[in-house]
Design a protein around this ligand. Sequence first.
Ligand SMILES: Cc1ncc(COP(=O)(O)O)c(C=O)c1O
Length: 394
Amino acid sequence: MRVRLLDLSEQYRALSEEIRAATDEVLSTQRFILGPKLAEFEKAVEAYCGSPHAIGVSSGTDALLAVLMALEIGLGDAVITTAYSFFATGGCIARVGATPVFIDIDPATYNVSAPALRRYLEKFCHSVEGKLVNENRQTIVALVPAHLFGLCCDMNEMLAIAREHNLILIEDAAQAIGAEFPLENGSAKAGTMGDAGCFSFYPSKNLGAAGDAGLVVCRNEQFAERLRLCRHHGMGAQYRHEFIGGNFRLDEIQAAILKVKLPHLDSWSAARREVAKFYTGEFRRVGLDKKIQLPVEPYAQPGLTNHHIYHQYAIRSERRDALRQYLAEREIETAIYYPLALHEQPCFEYLGYKPGDFPEAERAARETLALPIYPEIPRESQQYVVNCIAQFFS
Ligand SMILES: Cc1ncc(COP(=O)(O)O)c(C=O)c1O
């Protein structure tokens, strides 16, 4: 039986008429850039996330980049982030000329470890004239945690640390739109807890466009306005550029498609949670939870529906590569997110990190394996995946 890692054809079949009508409407108006569909989609995301401002941009990468550029973060600045994420999380920091400072992860959640972050701040940073300066005399200006695989970071801790050290908090929520976190003063959605939240609508995301797309949410109206300029080359009045931005615009066709899909996001995420529940239940039933590490659900509690949106269902095993090969031979697609930790990327060699600097991120890169998950995956396919993994370990 062939099992795809992700198959969006069922989703498209269900919505194809609406999607075609929405794209036809854009084509018939011939309004492709910064038009009404974008404004409608932004309003819909504001309502969905409970955020006062949403600014559509061209990708999740550009969401991060636009935020960093709009904040004028650059040379001489350092930005703290996780050692284990998609490349863009660290890459964007470097692209604006700032230095990424990596922090190790929590081995159960794969998100940045708050204790490790506190240890770094205590050991290597000190305050100079109200600024937080690190061992390389760079000013630490911001903190960019990523909510990996659809599970939020410990945002109570991230907010507390950002407040204590006066850091700008930028959430990389590319994989986590709709995921909720139990803040001390009530639950909140991914992206809305810090100063800015960045989403990706890459086609494979829980909410996926028909190409590249992204979005930023924020609370501050002036910052939202600055981001709107930033995505349009910093242009205020026609051809008057207030600051250097880029072409980070989200086009009308993508916005129209995303607007059709957004009302279904919660049911898709709920279906993914059901898929995850089945995997976890079956793995436990056959005793595989002693041999592989399963995803954790630290925020599963009454009143918090989207405590995990399972963008990925990642297991881990020291025999990951052999297991992957075994599954591939049985036509089961899997993926490795990500085979290298960020400090192990060749392009970040100049940062001077060494093997062993972030042992948990390195171990995750060697051991995690993402299993097939999407809302419509048939139960038989899932059962086959579980059976094959059980055979491998028998
Ligand atoms: C954690 C994370 N950050 C940033 C991005 C970048 O998003 P995009 O691919 O839309 O540029 C992604 C996308 O894969 C991601 O997973």
